[in-house]
Design a binder for this molecule. Sequence first.
Ligand SMILES: NC(=O)C1=CN([C@@H]2O[C@H](COP(=O)(O)OP(=O)(O)OC[C@H]3O[C@@H](n4cnc5c(N)ncnc54)[C@H](O)[C@@H]3O)[C@@H](O)[C@H]2O)[C@@H](O)CC1
Ligand SMILES: [K+]
Length: 511
Amino acid sequence: MRYAHSVEAVRAAERELMARVPEGTLMRRAAGGLAAACAGMLGRVYGRRVVALAGSGDNGGDALYALALLARRGAGVTAVLLAPDRAHAGGLAAVRAAGGRVIDAGAGGGAGGGSDGGSGGDAADGSEGGAAGVSAGDAAGAAIARADLVLDGIVGIGGRGGLRPDAVRLAAAVRASGAAVVAVDLPSGVDAETGETAGEAVRADATVTFGTYKPGLLIDPAAQYAGAPRLVDIGIGPYLPAPVAEALQDADVAALLPAPTGESDKYRRGVVGVVAGSARYPGAAVLAVSGALRGGSGAVRYVGSAGDAVIARFPEALVSAGRPSQAGRVQAWVAGPGLGREEDARAVVAEVLAADVPVLVDADGLAVADREAIRARRAPTVLTPHAGEAAALLGVDRADVEARRLEHVRRLARELDAVVLLKGSTTLIAAPDGPVRINSTGTAWLSTAGSGDVLSGLIGSLLAAGLGGRDAASVGAYLHGLAGRAAPVPFGAHELADRIPLVRPEGTGGR
Ligand SMILES: NC(=O)C1=CN([C@@H]2O[C@H](COP(=O)(O)OP(=O)(O)OC[C@H]3O[C@@H](n4cnc5c(N)ncnc54)[C@H](O)[C@@H]3O)[C@@H](O)[C@H]2O)[C@@H](O)CC1
Ligand SMILES: [K+]
């Protein structure tokens, strides 16, 4: 599991730990981990060119100390200071002591002694920073253009708002250079709490984050700027509270996924009821049933008017055209995909919501479900809206939901007292309490008609097998995302379900 904490929690934990260890310990640990990660990415450190973009805070301090460590291993290093008069003094001294070059990011003059000369293997470095006729801004650009690796230490968790103009210019130079980019703690310009970006942000190949993940690192759009996130332990773990967000990894999913045992029968594996499809949208029924079958259910009961289409594709499905309450024993219901919004749809959804077993409501089901009936339920309830459906349920604009997804998924879960899975490029799963689960396995190719119907059936099968609402929704989203990644692109939703068995993490499958 990847756990993420708020900035406030990180700062409080850091204060606790700092009071117990010698001054500078945390930053030394952070910089050590950062330098090691950079060395790993470079392969060989000696003779490589590394540039650190350093802002005025401790994030810049981390970058400068790491730069000094790389210089000691033979890299030719350059520190580019965004606020020369407020740069981290200790970090700057370390860079100078290691023979690194220091230049001012802004035009019009070097930042205190510029051309100290590169330390290992980069003779050209020494000739430029303070040379007459070369503005320091150009010097920064030239250093970035030649860099093998750039460290982004402009701002970290102390950042407010988007990048400022100097930083925007540097970020563009970094992008143009083709150098590998390692963000320090966070890509500068992204919001640590929400994953939002206000204007430009640095695009990193990897982000080395300290102590714990920050929610913004795992949530789009910021997650796309962060590249591969890595965690460096700086010892604050014991002082952190419960996480605000978490992301399942393969091992978590493997541990949660039910697998049949010797004693299993169809009811132990779970029987899913699917109320979906209509004369107009029979395909939604077929797709939801496909997800339920491939999710591992013992049996699927389909109830509705698309029984012929379902049977034609899945002879193992048990179909009926009656009412859900007369369909026979069901351990979890999936209601809504392609159901339409007529009076009859309202009635069958109400009937399903009245059942004392887990229920997933999706698509049209969300439009016709009675809020009070949802709130009154005791068995797990999972709602799977996209941003537009979530906006309708909350009575806000879709754009609001899209701009602040984390906030809105939490609010909806609390208002309806249900587990809410908000679909998107990072799918978010919130229960009324506890950490929000972030699913990072998705791919933009999954935004195809019918993809959500497969997901509903898949989650339904996990609910029927006995997983709680939060686990069923997040494991379902995880597998659905992996299935999307495994399918040859572009794919149609009907190709997704067959991929699900192939992407189940190791250790499951019960053979
Ligand atoms: N607090 C600690 O104990 C530790 C902190 N660490 C590092 O320290 C960072 C936090 O340091 P700080 O609190 O000094 O904050 P930051 O270094 O993240 O940024 C704060 C500084 O940046 C300026 N700033 C804010 N928004 C800006 C923007 N949009 N553009 C340009 N400048 C902006 C502020 O005026 C302030 O000077 C962490 O992200 C992490 O990298 C690590 O060394 C580990 C230990
Ligand atoms: K940063």
